[in-house]
Design a binder for this molecule. Structure first.
Ligand code: NAD
Ligand code: TYD
Length: 364
């Protein structure tokens, strides 16, 4: 068996995949990551070995990808690399189209020339995508199945939709062996504090406003990141070439419920551990106050999707996928991780992230 190339393996889900899934794979894994603001090489600390190799590089560089594939005899690609934050896609869509569309096409071209020349070699290209390609649901509509019409509403989801179509086309036209997973919102360790859950945790700890877009009643289907990684493992093991699998958490919640839960769970931790008040003196809970006092309603996100929900019956029946973490257990693990790994989130928040926040929140 050859090596697996994991693109975007220094980002949130890629790092969790490297930590959870790679050790059991018994084959070499090459992480290729450009280390944008969202990628952090230090998240792979302690993992790098002969089995897990890191390469800094851009998926849009087809020659580089081709050389890496030849050098490491890659026969499988798990493609995470992307620009992934909807708000950034609204203020600066160009990078999303370039990375998510051109970048995916660059990988497909490299894969086609490495794997389909002559008689071809056995291979698999797994594309990691999102439920956001399906657009938005009304409160009573049935959850997204794999047959749901694509109706992407943000530049992010439109660029992911385009990448899904390219992956499908390379299968249909050239016979590339591909699978695609469309997953709901992930949360857990190593998520950059610009997405809802880690941003709220960090702001609560600092006593900063908790920005709620619009009425805060938008619904997402939250999935603990390790459950997503397990689903990707199952796609690699049992997924049928050319097929798409929706992955969800069976855990639909409005944003306000998420924020309330985080506020309460952090208050409970401050009540149980007096050292937290010393470490985070600006947190309302450090003074016996409610963290919910930080909630601040702000202007809604333009084009904000109201509801996402996933029907994952296909992944369940064909792959044996089921999420294992509940809302309670997943949130506990996540909050405890951010409390323990203050150094990690402080380091990733240095620099470009802060500049971006300044620019975008002052103009929102
Ligand atoms: P992330 O933003 O945390 O990480 C993206 C990684 O890709 C970073 O390490 C970054 O450095 C790297 N990268 C960006 N551009 C690159 C380029 N041109 N070349 C090489 N590397 C590059 O994203 P994430 O949340 O880990 O998401 C990973 C994938 O999963 C994405 O494709 C995303 O669309 C998809 N997805 C995410 C979620 C979620 O809730 N986070 C849900 C469903 C699907
Ligand atoms: P986000 O984590 O950005 O994921 P996505 O937009 O891909 O679903 O946002 C999740 C939800 O939380 C979304 O409805 C937007 C909302 N949100 C806020 O209300 N405030 C915030 O500060 C952020 C980052 C998100």
């Amino acid at each position: 068996m050859g090596s697996i190339l994991v693109t975007g393996g220094a980002g949130f889900i890629g790092v969790n995949f490297a930590r959870r899934s790679v050790p059991s794979m018994r084959r070499r894994v090459v992480v290729l990551d450009a280390l944008t603001y969202a990628g952090n090489g230090s998240s792979l600390d302690g993992l790098l070995s002969d089995q897990l190799v890191f390469m800094k590089g851009d998926i849009r560089d087809t020659d580089l990808v081709g050389r890496a594939m030849a050098e490491h005899e890659v026969d499988c690609i798990v493609h995470f690399a992307a620009e992934s934050h909807v708000d950034r896609s609204i203020t600066g869509p160009d990078e999303f189209l370039s990375t998510n569309i051109d970048g995916t096409h660059s990988l497909l071209k490299a894969a086609k020339s490495a794997w389909l020349a002559g008689d071809g070699v056995p291979h698999r290209f797994h594309h990691v995508s999102t439920d956001e390609v399906y657009g938005t649901l009304s409160a009573t509509a049935a959850p997204f199945t794999e047959e749901h019409q694509y109706q992407p509403n943000s530049p992010y989801s439109a660029s992911k939709a385009a990448s899904d179509h390219l992956v499908r086309a390379y299968h249909h036209t050239f016979g590339l062996d591909v699978t695609t997973s469309n997953c709901s919102n992930n949360y857990g360790p190593f998520q950059f504090p610009e997405k809802l859950i880690p941003l709220m945790i960090v702001n609560i700890l600092h006593g900063k406003p908790l920005p709620i877009y619009g009425d805060g009643m938008q619904i997402r289907d939250w999935l603990y990141v390790e459950d997503h990684c397990r689903a990707i493992e199952l796609c690699l093991e049992k997924g049928v070439s050319g097929e798409v699998y929706n992955i969800g958490g069976n855990n639909e919640r409005p944003n306000m419920e998420i924020v309330e839960k985080l506020c309460t769970m952090i208050e409970e931790r401050f009540a149980a551990d007096a050292t937290l008040a010393d470490r985070f003196p600006d947190c309302p809970a450090a003074h016996g106050k409610s963290n919910m006092s930080l909630v601040t309603y702000v202007a809604d996100r333009p084009g904000h999707d109201r509801r996402y929900a996933i029907d994952y019956r296909k992944a369940s029946s064909e792959l044996g996928y089921e999420p294992s973490e509940t809302f309670e257990t997943g949130f506990s693990r996540t909050i405890d991780w951010y409390l323990a790994k203050e150094e990690w989130w402080r380091s990733v928040m240095d620099g470009s992230y802060r500049d971006w926040l300044e620019k975008n929140y002052s103009t929102r």
